[in-house]
Design a protein. Sequence first.
Length: 131
Amino acid sequence: MLWKVPQLRLKDSEHIVKMIWLWCNRVQRVQHSFGLLFRKSYASKKTLPVLTLFTKDPCPLCDEAKEVLKPLKNRFILQEVDITLPENSAWYDRYKFDIPVFHLNGQFLMMHKVNLSKLEKQLKKLEQQNN
């Protein structure tokens, strides 16, 4: 059985053009809204401190440390550095027996395990400086 395609009258085609125009207009507004939301989100993350975790694979202590950090995860950006990669050989030489090691905004903070009170204190200090 063949499907019949209805013949479009001029009014129908005008209606279709209008519907397409409205749909495209909505898409543009949605894209604009997402753009604003992304920029706002990026701007807020941009001001968050960076907590660098020096790690390797496997590293059970590092996995445990990341779990301990979860309650504070919205207050910093976690950046992981695999010390076994060739480009990180200087970090490997420095920390091969000490991971996990943490730096906050490029400054040494702690090693071997997470000290939540120390991290909390430093985060509060940085937040006060930003306000």
